[in-house]
Design a protein around this ligand. Structure first.
Ligand SMILES: NC(=O)c1ccc[n+]([C@@H]2O[C@H](COP(=O)([O-])OP(=O)(O)OC[C@H]3O[C@@H](n4cnc5c(N)ncnc54)[C@H](O)[C@@H]3O)[C@@H](O)[C@H]2O)c1
Length: 318
């Protein structure tokens, strides 16, 4: 069995690979970028290989799925929110066309299962106070639009061709090594930068609320959903709640561990507006009921663990 991880050298993709490797699985990391500085290259082994490629290129996607006899996919490759907002055409080519390519290749080569990561950014316009799996998705941003398309394409391939498609709508995932390009990246950088003894200027206002989930919980969540028996899943896409925190609350928690942390707020009105448009109160009861999802880290525990991870290896995150 070979598991393909698109976006395999990204923050989430790489961490899925590390967990699957511990389970003894063959893993192919497909990404347009080679492994990053903070990633330990010794983790690339005969069981975990890197294949450079572009999701928006049909021949490259077809070739990787065919040549490695892929039978399961974690589709994490995407352009993240700020990049999509700045370049809607690239967002279309990678997040929408790239998702179509991977679904089509999965169908042609009889891949059994594909797990997808969507986002709470798919809920925006006219949303109710609490979001459930079934709340209408009317995104505000190009990123949100591209993620709704990905979800709908996946569900279509499930209905039409029998692909076992499943996925999550994640809140902001915090953890060491997360990239800069997402509009929720401040929730990670407010922790990571002070842990590296650097100051950080937050681009949203102190009262901006964002639900966050620690990456260790996020990776476990994806793998548990991926492994859940199909007949338990009453839905194909599941909302995951995380914990609601304002910028000020994240700052306070960081300062309890790093008292001299230099965190300043310099809100950008447009970025603040987009983050404030995202879903906040999220009902994850469907995930709890169908496949027993449960978060292990509360915000305080997550931030302490995160700071500890950075401080035990600062040179690779610098
Ligand atoms: N991190 C979060 O807070 C968060 C929240 C909700 C959803 N998500 C989703 O989770 C997934 C992973 O996010 P992440 O935080 O690891 O982001 P990331 O940017 O670290 O990883 C995405 C990876 O996709 C790769 N990629 C981009 N364009 C590509 C292309 N054309 N071909 C092949 N690979 C390409 C990038 O090089 C990168 O390695 C994404 O789909 C993202 O939308 C992330």
């Amino acid at each position: 069995m070979t598991t393909l991880i698109t976006g395999g050298t990204g923050f989430i993709g790489w961490n899925i690979a590390r967990t699957l490797k511990e389970k003894g699985k063959e893993v192919i990391l497909f990404d347009i970028f080679p492994p990053r500085k903070y990633q330990d290259l010794s983790e690339l082994t005969p069981e975990v290989k890197f294949k450079k490629g572009d999701l928006s290129s049909w021949p490259e996607v077809l070739e990787v799925v065919k040549n490695y006899n892929v039978d399961e996919i974690f589709h994490t490759g995407a352009l993240v929110s700020e990049v999509c907002e700045n370049n809607p055409l690239a967002a279309y080519m990678v997040n929408i066309n790239g998702t179509f390519n991977i679904l089509e290749a999965a169908n042609i080569f009889n891949v059994k299962k594909l797990t997808f990561i969507s986002s709470i950014a798919t809920y925006s316009l006219g949303q109710t106070e609490t979001i459930t799996n079934l709340s209408p998705q009317r995104p505000f941003s190009m990123y949100g639009v591209s993620k709704v398309c990905g979800e709908l394409l996946g569900e279509y391939f499930g209905r039409k061709f029998g692909l076992d498609f499943r996925g999550v709508r994640f809140p902001s995932i915090i953890g060491p090594g997360r990239g800069l390009g997402g509009l929720s990246s401040y929730t990670t950088l407010m922790i990571q930068e002070p842990a590296l003894n650097r100051s950080y200027e937050v681009f949203v206002s102190e009262d901006t609320v964002c639900p966050v989930l620690y990456y260790k919980d996020a990776i476990r969540c994806l793998i548990e959903l991926h492994d859940a028996p199909s007949d338990l899943l009453k839905s194909r896409m599941y909302c995951i709640a995380g914990e609601l925190l304002t910028g000020a609350e994240i700052s306070d928690i960081v300062k309890r561990t790093i008292p001299d942390a230099k965190i300043f707020f310099k809100p950008d009105p447009e970025k603040t507006r987009i983050v404030k448009s995202w879903a906040q109160k999220i009902d994850e009861s469907a995930a709890i009921k169908d496949w027993s999802w449960k978060r292990k880290f509360n915000a305080e525990q997550a931030i302490i663990d995160f700071i500890h991870e950075i401080k035990s290896n600062p040179e690779i995150y610098n």
